[in-house]
Design a protein around this ligand. Structure first.
Ligand code: ATP
Ligand code: MG
Length: 343
């Protein structure tokens, strides 16, 4: 049976990359015959300091984006991570399974810790282990994410494999199959698996980029979208007529990829319409398309955020349903590891 899990951090500034690389694809996954769990990962958010006065609003904003995009909270499970204690509990056990050498290779830690690594939080370093726990507490088989999460998902597979192997005797003795934890399938793909900054085609679009012009926020109005797209960095050549002509042109590739993802088309299909066009023309069409798709989403988010009691009720209901799946997994894990249990 398929089980889909993914998460988004409530770190503010939800952007087009989060939408096209993740949230839009979460919605599409609901068409599969699978239970989907979509989590607002607040425990991850605090690996970098968050203002307590703002964090609740950020959690509700991500929830609103999920709902506004079309995630149905009756059918999918929508919740915030800190309401389900099994995530943190399993993360501790996985801290004792994962190896330092594995974590030392994680590039996101190196990027986010920056030069002053001695001063980074222990949580930022252990982040990928918590992410493995998020996924494996539900024994999820499929995880839709943007390309930047590829390395973390490989670590999740390594942790699952090592746990299955280290405890194989006990797993069998407790009557489980040898793959107690599934080897999760990453679902990374589509034309916008890695949306780049509008100011620098070599950096991913990110919530934490200090320049607001680097990203299109999901709550930007039509004027802001138009301004940011018009200012977006490009090169002087007209667009090529095929996707192969985008190689070595990161900014052109990015804008064409965004257009394709918004339109549910491929880069080649977009270029069959716009090959040979100047950027001024293409950017005009991109603004129109982006406003058409994002304006209703942003408006619905604002409507939902205005009713925090409703959002909080969705999260509480989701947390109860999530815990009902995760609790039996944790019970089994504690038996497998050999802890003494309550009678
Ligand atoms: P932060 O800078 O706080 O890490 P973020 O923009 O990377 O923020 P996350 O909450 O870490 O956002 O990621 C949520 C989801 O969005 C993940 O699946 C991630 O892979 C995806 N994602 C993030 N940035 C992009 C991007 N530029 N293009 C495509 N997908 C992205
Ligand atoms: Mg991120």
């Amino acid at each position: 049976n398929e089980l889909v899990f993914s998460g988004v951090q409530p770190t503010g500034n939800l952007h087009l990359g989060n939408y096209l690389g993740a949230i839009k694809r979460f919605v599409e996954m609901q068409a599969r015959d699978a239970q989907c769990l979509y989590c607002v990962v607040d425990l991850h958010a605090i690996t970098l300091w968050q203002d307590p006065a703002e964090l609740k609003g950020q959690i509700r904003e991500v929830t609103a984006a999920f709902l506004a995009a079309g995630i149905d909270p009756a059918r999918s499970i929508v919740f915030n991570q800190s309401q389900v204690p099994q995530h943190a509990e399993l993360a501790w056990i996985f801290n004792c399974v994962a190896r330092l050498g594995w974590l030392n290779r994680m590039t996101q830690f190196k990027d986010k810790a920056g030069k002053d690594r001695e001063n980074a939080s222990v949580g930022l370093y252990a982040y990928p282990v918590l992410m493995a726990a998020d996924i494996l507490a539900y024994r999820a088989t499929h995880v839709p994410v943007g390309e930047d999460q590829k390395q973390h998902l490989e670590l999740t597979r390594d942790i699952a494999g090592k746990f299955n192997n280290d405890f194989s005797g006990s797993i069998a003795a407790h009557g489980h199959g040898e793959d107690f934890f599934p080897i999760t399938e990453p679902l990374i793909g589509g034309p916008a698996a890695r949306v780049m900054s509008l100011r620098d085609g070599t950096k991913k679009m990110s919530k934490s980029d200090p320049s607001d012009n680097s990203r299109i926020n999901l709550t930007d109005d039509a004027d802001a979208i138009a301004q940011k797209v018009r200012k977006a960095k490009t090169d002087p050549e007209p667009l090529p007529s095929e996707a192969a002509g985008l190689s070595g042109r990161p900014e052109a590739d990015n804008l064409v990829g965004i257009f394709a993802a918004l339109k549910d088309a491929t880069r080649d299909e977009v270029l069959s319409d716009y090959g040979g066009a100047q950027f001024s023309v293409f950017k005009g069409a991109l603004v129109e398309l982006a406003v058409e798709k994002l304006a209703p989403l942003g408006a619905e988010m604002k409507r939902l955020i205005a009713d925090p009691a409703h959002i909080d009720a969705v999260l509480a209901d989701g947390a109860a349903r999530a815990e009902a799946i995760a609790a039996p997994t944790l019970d089994a894990v504690k038996d497998i590891v050999g802890f003494v249990r309550k009678g």
